[in-house]
Design a protein around this ligand. Structure first.
Ligand code: V47
Ligand code: SF4
Length: 370
């Protein structure tokens, strides 16, 4: 975007406090928590779109990334009982617990062009560090080229604590077995007052951050999610992003931030209405503006649906995640539009090109491929 367009945004009819925020962003300066609250409360969507697009272009040009990947969800049997969850055996009518052989069978059947396997599920009471270590080794025996992105910080915190070892020791063991990176799940909202209300028994704010910090220090990169649109306040969303931005300043180990809209079917929070499209797009734009040290913002289409994921490309998003051809059930069970998430590479490219962006295939570490 040229500087004329950048400066045009200063002539938008917005109040002087918003104008000052725009000036800071144009100069590449950081916005603080108070300014971010002003954006949530007072900024219009068109203005936020323009501003977030300036930042997106600065970081990623016109490129929009996607990856050929597939998911395995080993089990939905869970020691926790998060109130927003439609997926675990507590709420879903179906209960499953795949054997190692069943998971390896999926690996054998995966297309040769797939680069990443994303393995995450519930916190099973009996599965531990060695179990997952063996699984990763066997996956690599079959497909040494696959990047293994596996186990949220909540699953890791549980299996590492069970061994009575440090995060660094547990993660080093898994890294030696083939773990390459960590998905962003389990973060929900990093505020313990709120966690007590919606996911009391799972890893605390401090524990979630400690797993990611230890991973980054071992060279294992990760993502961070934010589950929004339930009972959290704007202040709590901002506090969540502040903790992530602070950790990223120290380690630089996060690849992407992934806002996840709360879906309200079949869970204990079903009485809460889902957020509007306006709220969703505003949240993407503000995340792009606040998290200036996160290289990528992911619009996770199996949760958003394809049309909304495409729209999010005009609100700071530069990553569409994958051509998931699987069995992801976290969102379909919670009422997402994508009941059987599947997207071919050519459909992915069309979605990106229709938004006037350049589709770029990536690997798990955002290196461009092909
Ligand atoms: O932590 C659970 C969320 C997450 C609901 O790192 C719900 O690339 C909405 O972390 N409505 C797990 N969301 C999924 C996850 C993820 C997804 C995509 C990409 C990556 C990545 C990570 O799913 C949980 C929770 O926040 N979730 N229930 C629900 N009802
Ligand atoms: Fe278990 Fe994860 Fe569902 Fe919580 S969100 S109950 S940890 S599967």
């Amino acid at each position: 975007m040229n500087s004329e367009i950048n400066e045009d945004i200063l002539f938008f009819p917005v109040d002087s406090s918003l104008k000052k925020i725009a000036e800071k962003i144009l100069k590449g300066q950081r916005i603080d928590a108070g300014e971010t609250l002003l954006l949530y409360e007072n900024a219009g969507l068109g203005w936020l779109s323009l501003l977030s697009e300036i930042v997106r272009r600065r970081l990623n040009g016109n490129d929009v990334y996607y990856i050929r990947n597939f998911h395995i969800e080993p089990t939905n049997i869970c020691v926790n009982r998060c109130r927003f969850c439609s997926y675990s055996n507590h709420f879903s009518k179906k209960s499953w617990d795949l054997t190692i052989e069943e998971m390896l069978d999926s690996v054998c059947k995966a297309d040769a062009t797939v680069r990443e396997i994303h393995i995450t599920g519930a916190v099973h009471p009996e599965k531990g560090l060695q179990y997952y270590g063996e699984l990763f080794k066997k996956v690599h025996d079959i497909r040494p080229d696959l990047h293994i992105k596996a186990l949220s910080a909540v699953e890791l915190d549980y299996i590492i604590k069970k061994e009575g070892i440090t995060n660094a020791e547990g993660l080093k063991y898994l890294k030696d077995c083939g773990l390459n990176s960590i998905p962003g799940g389990g973060a929900e909202i990093l505020d313990d007052t709120l966690r007590k209300k919606i996911c009391e028994t799972k890893a605390s704010t401090r524990e979630w951050l400690a797993v990611h910090e230890a991973a980054h220090r071992l060279g294992i990169t990760s993502n961070a999610t934010m589950l929004y649109g339930h009972i959290e306040t704007y202040r709590q969303r901002i506090l969540h992003m502040q903790l992530l931005r602070d950790l990223q300043d120290q380690t630089g180990g996060f690849n992407a931030f992934i806002p996840l809209k709360f879906r309200n079917m079949n869970n204990e929070l079903s009485g809460i209405s889902e957020t509007s499209v306006i709220e969703d797009m505003k949240n993407y734009a503000i995340a792009r503006l606040f998290l200036d040290n996160f290289p990528h913002l992911k619009g996770y289409w199996p949760m958003l649906g394809k049309p909304m994921a495409q729209l999010a490309l005009s609100f700071g998003v530069d990553d569409m995640d994958g051509t998931i051809n699987d069995s992801t059930r976290i969102y379909s069970l919670a009422g997402a539009e994508e009941q059987t998430p599947q997207l071919t590479v050519s459909e992915m490219k069309t979605i990106i090109q229709e938004a006037h962006r350049i589709p770029v295939e990536r690997d798990s570490l955002y290196n461009k491929v092909n």
